[in-house]
Every structure is written in C-alpha cells, then in structure tokens.
Design a binder for this molecule. Structure first.
Ligand code: AMP
Ligand code: GLY
Length: 425
C-alpha cells in the first residue's frame, strides 16, 4: 500500500514511525513533515490546507490511504474532499469533526444524550453571559465555540477575569472562533485523556494516557499543547475505562450515527475524573499530541489494518495488542513557548540521546539544514522512553534529555510525577 500522512508535529512523526514498520506499506509519504519524519519516509512539500493539491498528489502517486494528523484539515472537510475523489482517508468527515470544531455542538449532543459533562449555557453577547455567571458563581470556564489552537479556554477565578475573557473573545481576539461562547461549570478532579478508534458504529478503546498541559513544573504556568505525557495512566482502572465507553464514547457514536453523520477516526475524549465519575471536558477528533507518541511506542499490533478498519466500517471484533511496558515523553520546547519564541537555534547531542536504552526521539518543530538540526517551532522535540515502570521510563527519558545541547530550549523536569507517586509501594 501507499500511504500519505498529513501534518508536521511529534504526533505525525510517531504515526509515520509506526506506519513505516508495517509490512503492508510499500511507499510512505508525509506532507509537509519535519526533519525527524524525513528519516521514516519521503517528505512532500504540500500544504494540508490545500485539499486540491493533496488530492492531485494522492491520485498521481496512487495513495491507498491518507492519514490526517491535525484537526484543522479535518474540520475543513479534507476527508470529504478526498472521498469525493475516491481516495480513502482516516479521520472524520467535516460534519463529524464538529465534535472538536464546535464546543456548543458537543455540549448540546451531551445534553440530548445524557452524557456526563459540566453544566453550561451558550451565548452570543456579553451581557447575558455575565448575568449567567453572576447567577451560577465562580470559578467558571469561558470557552470560544470554535477552533482556537488551545487559546480558546479561560478558567476564571473572579468575575473580573471572566468578564475580561468574554469581552476579548467577543471583540474578535480569536476571530470567528469566538463569535459564540460556551460558559460552563468548573469541574474538580484529575484530568486524563481517553482515546477510541471508531468506524461509525463500533468503537474500541486504545491504551490510556495522561498529559501535562501547563508550561512549568508542578503543573503551573500557561496552558500549552502539552509538555509531556505517559501511558498507561494509573488513574484509568478497567472499571473506569468501561464507564467511559458506556457513558460517554458509545452514546456519542450512536448519536452521531443517528444524526446521519457517523464518526470515523480516532475520538479523543478529554476527561475530568470527578468524585461522581468521569465527565467529558471536550472532544478532539484526532490523536493527542504528545499522547500519540507514547501510545505508538506501546502499540504492539500493526496500526495500518486498524486505521483501514475504521475507514471501512469493520472494526467489530477487531483486537489491538499492547506492550505491558510503560512509555513517557518529555517535550522540549523553544524558550518563550507558548508565547513568542525564536526559530533557528542549533540542537546537538541527538545521537547520544537516542542511544540511551529504551529511548526514541520524535521530532516536532525541527528543520535539517547543512547537516544540522535547527529549532523551527514552539514544541520542538519529544524525548520518549519505555520502561518496566513509569519511573524507569521517566529516568531514561531525562537521561536522554540531558544529552541534548540546545541553549534556546527548555523542558519540564517533572513529567509523570503523579504517576510515579502512585507507583510507589
Ligand atoms: P479544553 O481546550 O476544553 O480541553 O480546555 C483546556 C483546559 O481547561 C482543560 O484541559 C482543563 O484543564 C481546563 N478546563 C476546561 N473545561 C474545564 C471545566 N469545565 N472544569 C475544569 N477545568 C476545565
Ligand atoms: N495534548 C493535548 C492535545 O493534543 O490537544
């Protein structure tokens, strides 16, 4: 088979790495990719936002499967545009991608199907939104309805904070994404990520993972795309996992099918494990980044037949096998991320880092130039390791991090701390 992966982050490096190991693959391409992905396959200078160009390339190179990494092309309907040209693509249709593309859509779906989620209301003007908060109390969560690259959620402790977020969003700070807002109840508990493959009718749970969203140690500082992750997530017992499938994932899959917009692809549920059980914080319609990196390291089965089964609606009775070993990844980011950062600094020591036992390095924002690796984004490297325990994977990952010389980069030093504490006898 010929496969094209779309995207350029650590998630796509992990997907390309895993797909490259499949005996089913004849030719593997990635567009636009990065310096690390270039070692797994051929890079193509295509913009995933240019659906016509992706379609033309896929036709010319006889691509049998396009694997879409990020949410933007999914929400823009790339799977529909490829399907219209007879090209199979892994991921939801534009209508099904509304589960990530519109928070209001997802909240209404939850309400209509008794899916546990924070109490909420939708607004398109500031005054009623503020009145609602006065009535319901604080803290409160203010969310832009549309895609906002991780910047659309404000957890407000005070009315002033909430009011300022509401006014900025309605003033157009996030563009069209903020034209409508969801205001919701603040949930207390521990966050975790849950992933399921879906074929429109059936869903199967993947291994669980947890990420650290805050920029600095101790889960402090601004929200980011994710500064590190590990799998398994010790909080996710088998019982909890069954509840998530029964109370959240399957009702969603059934609802999407009954609306005539069946969900195919990977469904990523951001959950809060509260004292009352699991509640849905949000859906994403793609693999998490960096959670995907640790999932791919733990997946024993061939990923390609699973992706095809989702597209073809034959996931029923499908079985995926996982390694028992844990995996952990530390994200190295450019200083300043998630705010402004510089590009172009040199990164050295990657070979020594990759030689540490159990270590695998996935690239995110990197560029190869004159035989050197340069930083070319906010999140730049995913230093991953496997181990018998999360503690062992963590120790190996940080041993590798310490081999990397990059004066313009930083990382958290405590990825996995809650999981390691839970492992202690
Ligand atoms: P989201 O983009 O919806 O995942 O929100 C970003 C982050 O905001 C989440 O990862 C949570 O840490 C936090 N958050 C969102 N909604 C809630 C909520 N209802 N209660 C508590 N925290 C929340
Ligand atoms: N790691 C969070 C995300 O992929 O959205």
């Amino acid at each position: 088979m010929n496969i094209l992966v779309l995207g350029s982050g650590g998630r796509e490096h992990a997907l390309a790495w895993k797909i490259a190991g499949s005996p089913l693959v004849e030719r593997l391409y990635c567009a636009p990719g990065n310096a690390g992905i270039a070692k797994e396959c051929e890079l193509v200078a295509l913009d995933p936002a240019d659906h016509a160009a992706v379609r033309a390339f896929s036709k010319a190179r006889k691509i049998d499967l396009v694997v879409v990494g990020p949410e933007a092309p999914l929400c823009a309907g790339i799977v529909d545009d490829l399907a219209a040209a007879g090209i199979k693509a892994f991921g939801p249709s534009r209508a099904a991608a509304r589960l990530e593309g519109s928070k209001g859509f997802t909240k209404n779906l939850c309400k209509a199907n008794n899916i546990p989620t924070a109490a909420y209301a939708r607004f398109n003007a500031a005054a009623p939104a503020i009145a609602y908060i006065r009535q319901h109390g604080l803290p409160v969560v203010v969310k832009a309805d549309g895609l906002a690259a991780g910047k659309g959620v404000v957890v407000a402790q005070s009315l002033a904070e909430a009011q300022s977020a509401i006014e900025r969003m309605f003033a157009g700070e996030l563009g069209a994404a903020g034209a409508e807002l969801v205001i919701e109840e603040f949930l207390h508990g521990e966050e975790t990520s849950f992933f399921a493959l879906c074929d429109g009718e059936t869903a199967i749970a993947l291994a669980c993972a947890q990420d650290h969203k805050r920029a600095f140690d101790g889960d402090r500082g601004p929200n980011t795309g994710g500064m590190g992750a590990y799998s398994p997530a010790p909080i996710m017992s088998d019982d909890l996992s069954s509840r998530v499938m029964d109370e959240i994932v399957m009702p969603t899959v059934r609802a999407m099918k009954s609306m005539g917009t069946p969900y195919k692809g990977v469904l990523y549920a951001g959950l809060m494990i509260t004292s009352a059980g699991p509640q849905l914080i949000e859906y994403n319609v793609r693999f998490g980044d960096p959670e995907c990196q640790v999932l791919m390291l733990r997946l024993m089965s061939d990923l390609v037949p699973a992706l095809l089964a989702c597209c073809d609606g034959v996931l029923k009775n499908f079985d995926l096998r996982w390694y028992a070993d844990a995996a952990l990844t530390v994200v190295m980011a450019a200083k300043g991320y998630p705010g402004a950062y510089a590009k172009g600094s040199v990164i050295e020591g990657l070979d020594a880092a990759a030689a540490v036992e159990g270590v695998e390095i996935f690239h995110a924002g990197t560029l190869a130039q004159d035989g050197r690796i340069l930083a070319n984004g906010g999140r730049v490297l995913d230093v991953c390791a496997t181990g018998k325990t999360i503690a062992q994977a963590q120790a190996r990952a940080y041993r590798a991090v310490d081999c990397i010389r990059w004066s313009d980069g930083f990382c958290r030093r405590d990825i996995g701390f809650q999981a390691v504490a839970r492992e202690k006898p």
